[in-house]
Design a binder for this molecule. Structure first.
Ligand code: BG6
Length: 483
């Protein structure tokens, strides 16, 4: 199967914070891949805007190095790389002052799609938005892209939304949650709403419980200062895991449109029940031979921030009443593995006497090795009577679709192309973000009031024992974390 690439319209993408880490690691290498695949028109431009006092050539040199470091195999195409770099410009800009804005105004074209990527601290959003308007750079159909963290609680998220709303309409704002750009996350919607098989079973009559795991092997070393103020709840659950939960649990939208999908996700978040304290486990990794402890990485010997969290959630609606959703995520775990597992109920009555009860499980692997498998019960082949076994119907997407021809785009590059196309389906709407904080705020306030101390867990493990108990008490167990 050959990937179909539809070129986007001519655009100017202005990246505030263009010399920063995200721009160098993700945004520009991603755009370079889109350029190589001819999705980015050759007259389009990427304009870096940041504090550094360099010129366009200096910016191109910096991005050449970044693409060589982070751009993978494609960066070896030096002719392609030079052609891409020729589309880059740079303007030194003072986000809080007046320097550089007149130059930027001269550079940005008004007859093409304009997108402004705010890859800067949220405290600068207001300054940038105001200056884009005062200098008449932004138009009524310009797009702005903002990154997580979108606030650190409901109050700060509301303020950010209000600041942006002073200058931009909601239809112009693209809040990135890069999990929504992952191939399998989108496939989740295709599987649910493109097949007749699953939807009739997708409810509390047939589903026993759902597990969502996002396990990482990386530590917080190098970003301890940010992470220690955030923790797994703010860094991963409020956004990425919440989005996965929404896509798994939402009602079918009437069509695959931005507001239709986001309306349904919002209903899920609003239907989430508050979390009972004993349905939540927080953990912090310990040192081992491969690396320091969380507290050492965070450079905070008295830190009570969690690098792991597991919780049991319930959604109060007709479809999901009584079905637990178990969520867990953590750093320095035994493998990098993210999956959603839908565990179906056992048969009401089995006609096969003396056989162990088998359960169907649909697992959707986000990474690595993206794909799905469905555990089904069959007869064990050969003589010996009717012996039942559970076997996976495995579909690894790359294999199923012919790995040589399928182009798996990185989440960022796909999302940036959606910005240029003006498609907001895979971006979070302001009310969604606020609803997510409304749910997480009291949980965080609860453990702060209880002076909750995270449980220590061995680096390279599946998390603290208490997390295992969370399911064990319900007569269930977590799926193994396998890379
Ligand atoms: C980021 C978090 O949003 O997502 C990081 O801030 C985390 O802490 C990362 O490591 C995980 O993303 P991915 O795509 O590697 O699963």
């Amino acid at each position: 199967m050959v990937a179909r690439v539809i070129p986007v319209e001519d655009f100017d993408l202005i990246i505030f914070g263009g010399t920063g880490d995200l721009a160098r690691r993700k945004i520009l290498p991603g755009l370079f891949r889109r350029f190589l695949s001819s999705q980015m028109p050759s007259q389009s431009r990427i304009i870096g805007a940041a504090r550094s006092d360099i010129d366009s050539q200096g910016f191109r040199d910096m991005i050449r190095d970044a693409i060589k470091e982070f751009g993978g195999e494609e960066s070896k195409d030096s002719k392609g790389l030079e052609a891409f770099l020729a589309q880059l410009e740079y303007v030194p800009i003072d986000a809080k002052g007046e320097g550089g804005w007149a130059d930027l105004a001269k550079l940005v074209r008004s007859d093409v799609v304009q997108a402004f990527y705010f890859s800067v601290a949220p405290s600068l959003f207001g300054d940038l938005a105001e200056r884009l308007h005062r200098h008449e750079i932004a138009k009524s159909n310009s797009r702005i892209v903002v990154e997580k963290p979108f606030g650190r609680d409901l109050e700060s998220a509301r303020k950010l939304n209000a600041v942006l709303a002073l200058h931009f309409d909601e239809s112009q704002i693209y809040r990135i949650d890069h999990y929504l750009g992952k191939e399998t996350v989108q496939n989740l919607m295709a599987v649910r709403f493109g097949n007749v098989l699953f939807e009739p079973l997708w409810n509390n009559h047939y589903v026993d419980h759902i597990q969502i795991t996002v396990a990482e092997t990386v530590s917080v070393g190098g970003r301890g200062a940010y992470y220690d103020k955030s923790g797994a709840m703010r860094d991963m659950v409020q956004n990425h895991l919440m989005q996965l939960l929404c896509l798994i649990a939402m009602e079918p939208p009437s069509q695959f449109g931005a507001d239709e999908v986001r309306d349904e996700k919002l209903k899920v978040i609003r239907a989430l029940e508050p979390i009972e304290p004993h349905h939540l486990v927080r953990g912090q990794y310990d040192a081992n031979a491969d690396g320091p402890s969380y507290r050492e990485d965070a450079e905070n010997p008295r830190s009570f921030t969690e690098s792991f969290i597991a919780m049991k959630c319930h959604i109060s609606n007709w479809r999901w009443s009584g079905v637990p959703f178990y969520l867990r995520t953590g750093k320095r775990m035994k493998a990098r593995a993210s999956e959603i597992a839908v565990v179906f109920k056992p048969l009401g009555h089995s006609i096969f006497e003396g056989q162990d009860e088998q359960q169907n499980i649909l697992s959707i692997r986000l990474q690595p090795n993206e794909g799905m498998d469905l555990q089904v019960t069959i007869k064990e082949p050969g003589p010996g009577g009717m012996r039942l076994v559970n076997v996976p119907l495995d579909m690894t997407f790359a294999e199923a679709l012919g790995d040589t021809d399928v182009e798996v785009t990185d989440a960022y590059e796909r999302l940036i192309m959606d910005v240029i196309r003006g498609n907001q389906t895979l971006f979070m709407r302001g009310d969604e973000v606020e609803a997510a904080w409304s749910w997480t705020d009291p949980i965080i306030a609860g453990w702060e009031a209880r002076n909750d101390v995270p449980k220590t867990y061995d680096a390279g493990s599946s998390g603290p024992d208490d997390a295992l108990m969370l399911l064990h008490r319900d007569g269930r167990k977590w799926r193994d974390i396998k890379g």
